[in-house]
Design a protein around this ligand. Structure first.
Ligand SMILES: NC(=O)c1ccc[n+]([C@@H]2O[C@H](COP(=O)([O-])OP(=O)(O)OC[C@H]3O[C@@H](n4cnc5c(N)ncnc54)[C@H](OP(=O)(O)O)[C@@H]3O)[C@@H](O)[C@H]2O)c1
Length: 326
């Protein structure tokens, strides 16, 4: 795949996070000049590791419109990879999106947004294409729909473009969260792998370096509409138990899987906002919602996905070295 050429700098918001760090690395590999707005410079340097010297760090908070606008000066793209724990989504996610839109508008830039599947109308019998209708059934899904509407509406005046790269649940060397950590850390500790998914059904897991490479390839194309949505596929094993057993095998651990009971999460939800928010997403753990990547394959015909064994090896390796990014 020839590297796209980027002439102006690219601003990444969330460059210490799962998607943002992976995109930062993919952009550097493509020869782009990368700038990152980070809240904590020392944490960012640790997360970026040897790439820290190749990224222009700007310290600031994406909740401050002025900080985003200043960091975006001269940039061709703003990668919106900001995330916060679920209980904070209501107060943070739309505000940050408003700031990103204003900053992009001032630069005539393209916003690159990491879409998820929460805003889609659930359907489990076929992989969903980009024309699949919205139809969120949760509070967080409705919020994500509003965020994507704000991004779409921002393109109407013609001074901003938007690329939404939609994927299912992430895993990979840069991803750390309560969904994937209990799989990979337990596998390395030789313990049963903990999961919320129904082990008898398939659950799509997107390898974030693949999502990031696809994103950078799409950023380098000039063929999309002003509001462009592209789906990236993840790994789909016949059942999620097969995926978990592959993780265990890659770690050299016994293939033991333990499903966390929903009643326990519900009880946890009485005391803990995060557990309450997870319960709302139960439909995605109990059903198989797949994405169709035909658009990506048509637009980037030579795009290749990482083989599963390699993806698991690379992910486990990162957990061995950095149990936590912080
Ligand atoms: N995780 C998934 O499975 C998944 C799947 C599909 C789509 N997505 C979407 O992808 C996007 C990124 O998610 P992620 O999981 O990659 O995120 P993540 O790993 O939780 O990282 C979040 C990033 O946002 C930064 N951040 C948070 N608040 C900030 C603020 N006020 N100012 C500046 N930076 C701030 C964090 O920086 P600090 O170092 O300062 O904390 C961190 O770099 C989200 O929209 C998410 O919904 C995620």
């Amino acid at each position: 795949m020839p590297a796209p050429s980027f002439t102006r700098p690219i601003l990444v918001l969330g460059a210490t996070g799962g998607f943002g760090l992976a995109v930062t690395r993919a952009l550097l590999a493509a020869g782009a000049r990368v700038r990152a707005l980070v809240r904590d410079e020392a944490r960012a340097r640790r997360a970026l590791g040897e790439d820290a010297s190749r990224v222009a760090l700007r310290v600031g908070d994406a909740l401050q419109a002025e900080a985003v606008s200043r960091a975006a000066e001269g940039c061709s793209h703003l990668v919106h990879a900001i995330n916060v724990p679920y209980p904070e989504w209501d107060t943070v996610m739309e505000r940050v999106t408003t700031n990103v839109i204003a900053a992009a508008r001032a630069q005539g830039a393209t916003i690159v947004f990491a879409g998820n599947v929460y805003n889609l109308a659930p359907r489990y019998d076929v992989p969903l294409t980009e024309s699949h209708p919205e139809g969120p059934i949760t509070h967080k899904g409705t919020l994500r729909m509003r965020m994507e509407h704000a991004l779409r509406d921002a393109t109407q005046a013609g001074d901003v473009r938007v690329l939404v790269v939609r994927a299912n649940d992430y895993f990979g060397p840069t991803v750390r969260n309560g969904g994937v950590d209990p799989m990979f850390l337990n596998a390395l500790a030789g313990k049963a792998l903990l999961t919320l998914t129904d082990p008898t059904r398939a659950h799509e897991m997107a390898y974030v370096p693949d999502v990031a490479r696809a994103t950078v390839a799409l950023m380098g194309l000039a063929d999309g509409p002003a509001f462009d949505v592209v789906h990236v596929r993840g790994f789909v094993t016949p059942t999620s138990r097969d995926f978990l057993e592959a993780v265990a095998r890659a770690a050299g651990a016994p293939a033991r899987v333990r499903r966390l009971p929903w009643w326990l999460i519900r009880v946890g939800g009485l005391f803990n906002g995060m557990a309450r928010e997870v319960v709302e997403m139960r439909y995605l753990y109990e059903n198989t919602l797949l994405l169709d990547d035909a658009t990506l394959r048509r637009r980037v015909p030579d795009f290749t996905y990482t083989p599963l064994e390699q993806a698991l090896r690379e992910t486990l390796e990162s957990y061995r070295h950095h149990a936590s990014r912080a």
